[in-house]
Ligand binder design. Structure first.
Ligand SMILES: [Zn+2]
Ligand SMILES: [Zn+2]
Length: 340
C-alpha cells in the first residue's frame, strides 16, 4: 500500500509499505479522510522521530475485523483515535485521562496518511466511534481536534456569562470561537496577525476581530464595557501571544494555554499580579473518549459546523503539497484522501 512518509514539513514522500496484518481484537481500517493537524507541522516536535507516517485525525471504513471484535463489522463508517487512555490508572481515575501512560504509548499503525491502518485492540475498545449518517468522513476528521477543544473548555470552566478572548485564529482558534459561540458565551473576541485568518475568525462567528499587533487589552476593554476578558485562550505558540494573554485577562479570570511554547522557552509570570487578581493558568492536552463523543454530538447536531473550514482535499501523492500549504499558512483545513 501507499503511505506519505514525513521527513520534514517540506519533505513528505509517497512511499510503499506492506499493508498491515491484523490480530485478535484488531481492525483494519480503510482510510477515507485524514486531516493535517497543527501539531503535525510543529517541526521541532515531529522531526526527532522522522521518517514516520503522521496523521491522527482519521475517518474511514472498517475493511477487516479480527477475532473477538464486538460492536463493529466490515463496512462500518467510523472515526478512530490515535491515543487512548487505560481508564484504570491513577491519572485516569483522577480525570486526567490524557496524562495516562497508555495514552502516550498507544497508537494505530502506521499513521493516518496511509491507505490502510491497523487499529490495535485497546483503540478499538476505547477510541473508535461510529460515524452517524449525517456526518461525512471529512467532517469526521474534526472529531479529534474538536474533542481537544471540548476538553480544554471544560478544564477552563468556560461559561455563558464569559467574555472569551481567543489569541490566534488558525484552525484550533476557529474551533474555540465556534465552540464558545455554540455554548452561548456573552462575547467572543479573536485575534490574528494574518488578514485571511482574521476574516475566517469573523466567519466563524467572533463578535470582534482584532489585529494581534494592535493594543489588544485596550481594545478588549473598549468593547467589553471597560473590563478585560474572563477567559483568554492562547492558540498561537509564540511568546507575544502568551504575554498578551497575561495583559488581557480580567481579575478572577483564567488563561488557557492550548498551544505550547517550544521546549526551553520560558514565560516570565508576574506572580504578585496574578495572585492579587485571582488569575489562574490552565493547560489542556489531547482528548479522551468523553470529549470525542461530545465533539461528535456537536458535529452531528449541527451545533458546530466544520465543512466551511476545509480549504483543500488532496490525494495521498499530494500530501507533501498539503503540508507545505498548511505550514506556510496558505490553507485552513487540509484533508488527505488516500483512496482518491
Ligand atoms: Zn490533532
Ligand atoms: Zn490510565
Amino acid at each position: 500500500m501507499k503511505v506519505a512518509m514525513y521527513y520534514s514539513n517540506h519533505d513528505v514522500r509517497l512511499e510503499e509499505m506492506p499493508k498491515p496484518g491484523i490480530g485478535k481484537g484488531e481492525i483494519l481500517l480503510k482510510v477515507i479522510s485524514s486531516g493535517i493537524c497543527g501539531s503535525d507541522i510543529m517541526e521541532w516536535y515531529r522531526i526527532k522521530k522522522a521518517p514516520l507516517v503522521l496523521g491522527h485525525e482519521v475517518a474511514g471504513e472498517v475493511a477487516e475485523i479480527g477475532d473477538g471484535v464486538s460492536g463493529f463489522k466490515k463496512g462500518d463508517r467510523v472515526v478512530v483515535t490515535h491515543h487512548v487512555p487505560c481508564g484504570e490508572c491513577h491519572y485516569c481515575r483522577d480525570g486526567n485521562e490524557t496524562m495516562c501512560e497508555t495514552l502516550r504509548t498507544t497508537k494505530f499503525y502506521p499513521g493516518g496518511f496511509a491507505e490502510y491502518i491497523r487499529v490495535p485492540a485497546v483503540n478499538v475498545q476505547k477510541g473508535t466511534l461510529h460515524l452517524p449518517d449525517n456526518v461525512s468522513y471529512d467532517e469526521g476528521t474534526f472529531v479529534e481536534p474538536l474533542g481537544c477543544v471540548v476538553r480544554s473548555h471544560r478544564k477552563a470552566d468556560i461559561r455563558k456569562n464569559h467574555t472569551v478572548l481567543v489569541l490566534g485564529s488558525g484552525l484550533s482558534g476557529l474551533l474555540h470561537i465556534k465552540l464558545a459561540k455554540a455554548a452561548g458565551c456573552a462575547r467572543v473576541i479573536a485575534t490574528d496577525v494574518s488578514e485571511s485568518r482574521r476574516q475566517a475568525a469573523e466567519k466563524a462567528g467572533a463578535d470582534l476581530v482584532l489585529d494581534a499587533a494592535d493594543d489588544v487589552p485596550a481594545k478588549v476593554k473598549e468593547f467589553n464595557s471597560g473590563r478585560l476578558a474572563d477567559r483568554v485562550i492562547v492558540c498561537a505558540g509564540v511568546m507575544p501571544a502568551f504575554r498578551q494573554a497575561l495583559d488581557s485577562v480580567d481579575r478572577g479570570g483564567r488563561l488557557l494555554f492550548f498551544a505550547p511554547l517550544r521546549p526551553g522557552e520560558e514565560l516570565p509570570v508576574p506572580v504578585e499580579h496574578i495572585w492579587k487578581n485571582g488569575i489562574s493558568i490552565v493547560t489542556s492536552y489531547a482528548a479522551a473518549k468523553d470529549d470525542l463523543e461530545e465533539a461528535l454530538m456537536l458535529l452531528s447536531s449541527g451545533s458546530v459546523t466544520v465543512s466551511d473550514m476545509i480549504t483543500h482535499r488532496l490525494p495521498l501523492k499530494k500530501a507533501g503539497e498539503g503540508f507545505r500549504l498548511f505550514a506556510d499558512g496558505k490553507s485552513l483545513k487540509v484533508i488527505i484522501k488516500p483512496h482518491q
